[in-house]
Design a protein around this ligand. Structure first.
Ligand code: HPA
Length: 177
């Protein structure tokens, strides 16, 4: 477990002042570029899920970088994958919720038939910052009467207190900064 975690950690870069001055941006692209590091992320996610949960119906991934890790985890677990997208990207009947961004508002959306009442789902994204998007995704699951077992991210930015915003949902992260 520790060796895999270190492998993942070595493949996260920090860029000062991106996308704006004062922000230290954690970049996960090197993880994806390295086959062993990407496999380590999915290994650790899989082990966590198998240790924590008896039964999972679906992995729900968040636009956009949740789409990089979510389907790989879903395949490992032998379950399906559902997309939470930014508004206007999904065809057919959809359900949406709006949430606050640093400046202005955004909307998260799923297809109405994406999850069924009572289904047990895990939310996956690359990084937890303020928790706004994951919170919106959890709200979509609540609207559709799916049960959120927890949230999984590669990186948690602790100073932004996203964990508190997501309560009572549990958040599992591989790396914390
Ligand atoms: N990295 C990637 N995405 C982000 C970050 C970051 O540091 N902060 C907020 N979103």
């Amino acid at each position: 477990w520790e060796a895999k975690l270190q492998l993942v950690q070595r493949h996260v870069r920090a860029f000062p002042d991106f996308p704006k001055k004062g922000i230290l941006f954690r970049d996960i692209c090197p993880i994806l570029k390295d086959a062993a590091a990407l496999k380590a992320v999915i290994d650790l996610f899989e082990e966590h899920v198998r240790n924590m949960y008896q039964h999972v119906d679906l992995i729900v991934g968040l636009d956009a970088r949740g789409f990089l890790f979510g389907p790989l985890l879903a395949q490992r677990l032998g379950v399906g994958f559902v997309l939470v997208r930014k508004k206007g990207k999904l065809p057919g009947a959809t359900v949406s919720v709006s949430y606050d961004l640093e400046y202005g508002k955004a909307e998260a959306e799923i297809q109405e038939d994406a999850v069924a009442p009572g289904q047990r789902v895990l939310l996956v994204d690359d990084l937890l910052a303020t928790g706004g998007t994951l919170h919106a995704a959890a709200e979509l699951m609540r609207k559709q009467q799916a049960e959120v077992l927890g949230c999984m991210v590669v990186i948690e930015l602790k100073e932004l207190n996203g964990i508190d915003k997501l309560k009572p949902h549990r958040v599992f992260s591989l790396l914390q900064y």
